[in-house]
Ligand binder design. Structure first.
Ligand code: SF4
Length: 262
């Protein structure tokens, strides 16, 4: 008996998205109509995020602003970076796919950050965060520790094409020296009208039946491992992508409760 490999049917979906900054050029995305995990949505959403951010940057530049962010700065990479749960699972997949030596190095850096946070009592505080003010105090104390993101190398992002939405969406147009205090009220960030961290977090909340939450990068690998049963859940690919687009194109995407839940 012979068997033939059956190619999954790929459905071409045209994405058109309108933002207050204009319309993105229509993009055609091929989605295989097979069961998909939430983490599989992240690469196409990263492309969409890039397009939205580019339009927002164009808006600011056309009004005379200059982007202060540049390769070799990396000051903001010592902040607590918020991720949605699908991004956390995507990151875990990414780290697991690295050559073993590199993977060990990255995992060791995550452990070092966690140990430093534990020593300062920040892990415990993170578990108990109840409001925005507590979150801000914790974020400030974390920043003061001066622990760079495990992916920062020579002040540049070593995972630039795969970096989280929050990193793509963080673009500063105020003088760069202000960034040494991330809570300085003089810092001016570009407003991004469709926030993909929020969109993916909200879809995850619906489908995982969990509260809408953001997970700090520092806890990402640990959180993803502890919740790996969620990472195995699948939905029909085309349905999942269309549902994602409903969230991504929704009007109300600027805000998600800023508290990060571990
Ligand atoms: S993922 Fe990259 S851009 Fe984001 S905080 Fe880490 S090093 Fe910086």
């Amino acid at each position: 008996m012979t068997s033939e490999a059956v190619q999954p049917q790929v459905k071409l979906i045209t994405i058109t998205i309108e933002t207050p900054d204009g319309k993105l050029p229509p993009a055609r995305v091929g989605i295989p109509d097979i069961p998909m995990r939430m983490a599989n949505l992240i690469p196409p959403m990263q492309q969409l995020c890039n397009g939205i951010v580019e339009l927002a940057i164009r808006r600011e530049v056309s009004q005379g602003a200059t982007i202060s962010c540049h390769k070799g700065c990396g000051v903001c990479c010592s902040q607590l970076v918020p991720l949605s749960s699908p991004e956390v699972f995507f990151l875990l997949d990414f780290v697991y796919a690295l050559p073993s030596e590199r993977r060990n190095q990255i995992e060791a850096r995550f452990r070092a950050v966690k140990e430093a946070m534990e020593a300062k009592g920040l892990v415990e505080r993170l578990r108990k965060i109840e409001d925005t003010q507590e979150h801000q105090m914790l974020a400030w104390d974390y920043f003061r520790m001066g622990m760079p993101c495990p992916f920062l190398e020579e002040n540049a992002c070593s995972i630039h094409p795969h970096r989280p939405f929050a990193c793509r969406e963080y673009n500063v147009i105020s003088p760069p020296e202000l960034c040494t205090d991330p809570f300085n009220k003089g810092i001016k960030k570009i407003r991004i009208p469709k926030n993909m961290t929020t969109a993916t977090a909200r879809l995850a909340a619906e489908l995982f039946e969990l509260p809408a939450m953001l997970i700090p990068m520092t806890s990402a690998l640990e959180w993803a491992t502890e919740h790996e049963t969620y990472n195995r859940r699948t939905w029909p690919g085309v349905w999942l992508f269309n549902r994602m687009m409903e969230y991504a194109t929704g009007a109300d995407l600027e805000s998600l409760n800023p508290e990060m839940n571990k």
